[in-house]
Design a protein around this ligand. Structure first.
Ligand SMILES: [Zn+2]
Length: 112
């Protein structure tokens, strides 16, 4: 018996969230952002502890990377190359607020 260990977890950004417009242009109307795993991680930022999911850039196409970098540049003034460099390193933090996370079969099986 083979075990499928590919992760297909994803987060759906709420349509009411201001990031929805960005993600609609990147992944389409269903606003599904691929994740590495469904566990939120906490980071200590300028406004205190914030919770994030780890998005998986390797599950986005190169065209989606380009769109995402253009959107981030337009909305937040982040340099295009900085976004691409982070994506190459596998860095794609998704603020957990206003997200609904769907667990893939693999991660559901591991949950006790
Ligand atoms: Zn998963």
């Amino acid at each position: 018996m083979s075990i499928d260990i590919r992760c297909n977890c994803y987060a759906i950004i709420s349509k009411a969230d201001k990031r929805a417009e960005i993600w609609r242009n990147v992944v389409g109307d269903d606003l599904r952002v691929p994740l590495k795993h469904p566990i939120p991680v906490n980071m200590n930022g300028p406004n205190g502890i914030m919770s994030f999911y780890e998005g998986d850039p390797s599950k986005l196409t190169k065209d989606q990377w380009t769109t995402l970098s253009l959107e981030m540049n337009k909305k937040f003034g982040v340099p295009l190359q900085l976004v691409i460099d982070d994506l190459k390193k596998g860095i794609l933090p998704i603020k957990a607020e206003n997200c609904t996370v769907f667990w893939c079969e693999h991660h559901s099986r591991l949950a006790l």
